[in-house]
Design a protein around this ligand. Structure first.
Ligand code: ADP
Length: 577
């Protein structure tokens, strides 16, 4: 049965019961009223008339008004005949009264009238008794019916009171719990209302919804699993090692290549904390350490390749750490969820690089000797022992000399670079005087300065302490700064050299009035083979790169301050001895 019908029926029955109870009560109250009213109306009046007629008869001989009073009451009684036999007795009274009126002196007639009146009174008293009995019966019946109907009403109301709230409330409670379960993703939850009422319909709709949700969830899950497997297969088939970490640095995944190079079983790796693993595994330690240092710095991938010995051979990898952040549904800010460490195998490039470096080293080394002998020969040519040379020949000799000087510089730089690239910088660090380094460099650039008529202003602090440096390489750097400054300065300009005590170390500074360096290229000029577009092509683009390597290998720092059109200031700083 529908809830609506149930409610209607329940309330309807209650309403009908109240109505029935009211009707029954009203009916019996009416019957009781009728009974008492009859007594009052019919019998009480007759008794009253009889009493008045008694009094009138008693005073009939003494009171002249008694006749009229008697007649009046007799007349009233004649119109109030209600009981059986009452009419005969009334007519008997009227007959005796008529006789008394005709014979007022009769002694017998008042006695007869009194007897009649007594009979009349008796009839009415009996009638009162009978009516009182009837009223009592009515009252008893009323009590019985009202009690019976009341009890039935009470029982029905009690049944409704006990059952109806539960009938409606329980399914609602169950429904609420089930909805809560669904909200907690417990899609197996079902409602079990079997009736055909609204709750039954609701349960059927709810169950079909839950079923669909369950199906959707399962299909989603299987799809996610398939996607997961696909991605795992993709990652596993990659030829480069890939490692995934969650936000707490626990290893989420590592492909076969990564497992191979790390030399650790997959079971011991996955789900473990990378920080804990780093204690036993050198490679993971390097990854974590580098990552930590990267976090603090600019965030660029580590440029130096990692050398890893795995599979009985040496391999080189470039590491890249990609931070993974997602935008959770309904949120506005991105959330960091982990990192992917990609190791790019650069071994073939490294091997080619080594081959190139070796080739350059060999070629530049081999070239050095013939160039030196060319220079020697030029010196001989210039000397008077080999005969006089005319002016034209002299010019040719000096241009050959310039070219061979340049060639020697280039081969020197290439050799230095190959040393740097193979990691074979031989440093001879000792306590060196900054004044000696300065003098050595200034002497070396005298000729080019003179050629361009550039004034060199040297400002060195007094009593500078010694520095910890490889004298030769530091002077080489300073010479490189100075030759660059000369190369990129106008004729008849000025170049300043400042040597100062910076507190932490000794700072060498070369300041020119040249064209300066565009901010776009400033960060690149220390890169190998880099030349600012449009600048002199005679160089190799290696000078500053070698300078950086030389200074950093000695634990110093190097840099430049420059603005386009404002000249450039190159500096390096070395620790005091
Ligand atoms: P190069 O052999 O080409 O001079 P370097 O490594 O010494 O190579 O310099 C790299 C680049 O830096 C140069 O190509 C040049 O454009 C720029 N550079 C170096 N020194 C200066 C300077 N003093 N003024 C302007 N540009 C300079």
């Amino acid at each position: 049965m529908k809830i609506k019908t149930k409610l209607r029926l329940g309330l309807g029955i209650l309403f009908l019961m109240i109505l029935a109870l009211s009707l029954i009560a009203a009916r019996y109250v009416y019957l009781l009223k009728e009974d008492t009213e009859n007594i009052l109306q019919n019998n009480y009046k007759t008794l009253d008339y009889s009493r008045s007629m008694f009094l009138a008869i008693d005073g009939i001989h003494t009171d002249p008004g008694a006749w009229t009073k008697f007649e009046q009451n007799l007349k009233d009684q004649e119109s109030n005949v209600t009981e059986r036999g009452e009419g005969d007795v009334t007519r008997k009274i009227a007959g005796h009264y008529a006789s008394l009126k005709a014979d007022p002196g009769s002694e017998k007639l008042p006695v007869l009238i009194r007897n009649d009146l007594a009979e009349l009174t008796l009839i009415n008293m009996k009638a009162i008794q009978a009516k009182s009995d009837k009223a009592l019966t009515t009252a008893q019946a009323a009590f019985l019916w009202i009690a019976l109907t009341g009890t039935i009403c009470f029982l029905i109301a009690l049944t409704l009171l006990v059952n109806l709230p539960g009938n409606i409330g329980n399914p609602i409670r169950e429904l609420t719990e089930s909805i809560r379960a669904i909200a907690e993703k417990k899609y197996a939850e079902r409602l079990h209302f079997s009736g055909k009422d609204e709750f039954g319909e609701l349960a059927r709709s709810f169950n079909s919804m839950a079923e669909k949700l369950e199906e959707y969830d399962n299909s989603n899950l299987s799809q996610i699993l398939i996607e997961k497997k696909r991605i795992e297969a993709l990652i596993n088939n990659m030829h480069e090692p890939v490692i995934g970490l969650d936000e707490n640095k626990n290893v989420l995944f590592a492909n076969e290549e990564a497992i191979k190079i790390m030399g650790i079983a997959a079971g011991d790796l996955l789900g473990k904390s990378a920080v804990d693993l780093a204690r036993q595994n050198d490679l993971i330690r390097v990854l974590i350490q580098e990552e930590q240092s990267l976090n603090g710095s600019s965030g660029h991938p580590a440029s130096a390749a990692l050398k890893i010995y795995a599979d009985e051979k040496e391999s080189y990898f470039e590491k890249e750490i990609v931070d993974i952040a997602i935008l959770p549904t309904g949120e506005r800010s991105k959330k960091f969820i982990g990192q992917v460490i990609l190791l790019k195998n650069v071994t073939p490039f490294k091997e080619l690089d080594f081959a190139k470096t070796n080739f350059i080293a060999t070629v530049s080394h081999e070239l050095k000797t013939p160039i030196s002998s060319i220079k020697m020969s030029l010196q001989l040519l210039e000397s008077s022992q080999t005969g006089a040379v005319n002016e034209e020949q002299q010019q040719l000799i000096s241009s050959i000399k310039e070219d061979s000087d340049r060639l020697l510089k280039i081969t020197g730089e290439l050799l230095n670079m190959s040393q740097v690239e193979t990691g074979n910088i031989q440093l001879n660090i000792q306590q060196s005087s900054p004044y000696d380094i300065l003098k050595y460099a200034v002497d070396a650039v005298k000729t080019p300065l003179e050629q361009k008529h550039i004034e060199l202003v040297v400002e060195a602090d007094d009593r500078l302490p010694d520095v910890k440096a490889d004298m030769e390489k530091t002077a080489w750097v300073l010479i490189n700064f100075l030759t660059n400054a000369v190369r990129y300065s106008q004729e008849e300009s000025k170049i300043h050299i400042h040597v100062t005590d910076s507190g932490q170390g000794i700072k060498f500074l070369v300041q020119d009035e040249g064209k300066g360096i565009d901010s776009r290229y400033r960060s690149k000029i220390f890169d190998r083979y880099f030349q600012v577009p449009g600048s002199s092509k005679s160089g190799t683009g290696l000078g500053l790169a070698i300078s950086k390597e030389f200074i950093e290998a000695q634990g110093g720092s190097i840099g430049v301050v420059s603005e386009i059109g404002m000249g450039s200031t190159f500096y390096f700083e070395l620790a005091k001895a």
